[in-house]
Design a protein around this ligand. Structure first.
Ligand SMILES: *Cc1c(COP(=O)(O)O)cnc(C)c1O
Length: 231
């Protein structure tokens, strides 16, 4: 299967899952998670019509940017971002999906202000409460969203989450439902400088369940590019 075949098949699954939750295929943003795939493969995915490309590592993204890998698609940062790497990402990505602390939010805003731009971001939520994962705890969410009013060079456009890995689909669904409830809750609260437009959750093995639970942005890697080779 080529990358184009994979994207076509995923689009069909996305359309079915979207319909089940009363939406259409065009309501769902497909982000190709491109880690460990080179510029040529990223270009193939863009040619196949993915809506955006997501990168995890600053160094890898910087290299592929220099190679012109992302021409034709918005670039998202989806990995763990250290505050000392902020200047390499702000202004280079349309959307930073993985903002998991007030400190990072402030650092991004400071850099964006220096550049004279507004940086769009999502707040990452550690919905499974895992020590190994970044993101704010659900009960810290209101605190970071209140801060958003004071950081004028960022705009918060939604939430992102990487729920715990589970063999049981039900367990995953439970986390997706929790995320959707938070998303709807915040929409009703109207924080300044926050608009809950995107709910980014679901990967290769879980995107249909995530969409059915209310996700409108999915990040898919191995189902588009094939298994990553870590050796
Ligand atoms: C790698 C990655 C994905 C995609 O994972 P697959 O299982 O390969 O689809 C999604 N989100 C993030 C943050 C990732 O790092």
């Amino acid at each position: 299967m080529s990358i184009a075949d994979n994207v076509r098949a995923i689009r069909e699954q996305i359309a079915r899952a979207a319909e089940k939750s009363g939406r259409g295929a065009s309501d769902i943003t497909l982000v190709a998670a491109a880690k460990m795939n080179d510029a040529a493969r990223v270009r193939e995915a863009i040619a196949a019509g993915v809506d955006a490309v997501g990168e995890n590592r600053v160094q890898e993204m910087t290299q592929k940017l220099a190679e012109g890998a992302y021409t034709g698609a918005p670039l998202h940062f989806i990995g763990h971002l250290q505050t000392n790497k902020v200047r390499e990402v702000v202004g280079k990505c349309g959307l930073i999906e993985s903002v998991g602390s007030v400190r990072l939010l402030e650092a991004i805003s400071a850099r964006a202000a220096t550049l004279g731009i507004t940086q769009d971001v999502l707040i990452e939520v550690n919905i499974g409460g895992e020590e190994s994962k970044s993101g704010v705890a659900p009960d810290e969410l209101s605190q970071i969203l209140e801060k958003a009013a004071a950081v004028s060079a960022v705009k918060v456009l939604g939430l992102m989450s990487i729920p715990p890995i589970s063999d049981k689909n039900d367990a995953n669904c439970n986390f997706f439902d929790k995320m959707f409830n938070l998303f709807i809750d915040i929409q009703g609260k109207k924080y300044d400088n926050v608009s809950m437009r995107y709910l980014s959750m679901g990967m290769s093995d879980s995107f249909c369940a995530a969409i059915e639970a209310g996700a409108n942005m999915v990040r898919i890697g191995s189902s588009i590019f094939g298994a990553r080779n870590y050796t």
